[in-house]
Design a protein around this ligand. Structure first.
Ligand code: NI
Length: 182
C-alpha cells in the first residue's frame, strides 16, 4: 500500500470531472486500498479519487468512531434526496478551514462495489453529508464553492501564505482539527 499525495485548493486538477470506472480489476483494488490508507493517515473520514489526482468516479469513506468500517462507492449516483441539514465541513484539500454548508439530510445512493456489483443504500446524518461532499469532488466541485467569492478568495490567500511558511520552515504547527475533515 502507498500513501498518495492529496491535491490542495486552488489546484486546477481538483476541477476535473471524473470519468466512470469501467475496469474492476486488481489495479482498482490497489487504488481503493491506497485511498483508504491515505484517508486514515490524513486523518479524514472521506476521500474522492479526484483528490489524489485520479479522475475516476470512486470515493471511500469511514464515518465510524473506531475507524473500522470502510465504505467504497464506485460510479455513485444519488437517486433521491430529502430534507436539509447544515453542518460544519472541512476538507483534506482545503486544510484547516471549516465552514457551515447546507446539504440534503437524507440521500438514496446507487453505486458499485469493488467487484462491480451494484448496490443501493440510504444515508443520513454524517454519512449523507460526507457522500455529498465526496460526490462534489468527483464533479470537480469543492465545499468552498458554496461560499461567497470574497470568502473563497480569503481562504485561497490564507492557504497560499501557509504553504509559503511551510516551504520556508517558518510554519507553526497546525491547530488540532476540531471538525470532521472530508
Ligand atoms: Ni473534501
Amino acid at each position: 500500500m502507498a500513501l498518495l499525495p492529496i491535491l490542495e485548493f486552488p489546484d486546477p486538477r481538483l476541477r476535473t470531472r471524473a470519468q466512470p470506472v469501467q475496469q474492476f480489476d486488481a489495479a482498482l483494488r490497489q487504488l481503493i486500498a491506497d485511498m483508504l490508507q491515505t484517508m486514515y493517515a490524513a486523518p479524514g473520514i472521506g476521500l474522492a479519487a479526484t483528490q489524489v489526482d485520479v479522475h475516476r468516479a470512486l470515493l471511500v469513506m469511514d464515518v465510524s468512531v473506531e475507524k473500522d468500517q470502510p465504505q467504497v462507492y464506485i460510479n455513485p449516483q444519488i437517486v433521491a434526496r430529502d430534507g436539509v441539514e447544515v453542518s460544519e465541513e472541512g476538507c483534506l484539500s482545503v486544510p484547516n478551514i471549516y465552514e457551515e454548508i447546507e446539504r440534503a439530510a437524507r440521500v438514496q445512493v446507487r453505486a458499485q462495489q469493488a467487484d462491480g456489483q451494484w448496490f443501493e443504500c440510504e444515508l443520513t446524518g454524517l454519512s449523507a453529508v460526507c457522500l455529498q461532499h465526496e460526490m462534489d469532488h468527483l464533479a470537480g466541485k469543492l465545499f468552498v464553492d458554496y461560499l461567497s467569492g470574497l470568502k473563497r478568495e480569503r481562504i485561497r490567500r490564507k492557504l497560499e501564505k501557509e504553504r509559503r511558511e511551510r516551504a520556508s520552515g517558518a510554519a507553526k504547527p497546525a491547530a488540532a482539527r476540531t471538525a470532521r475533515v472530508i
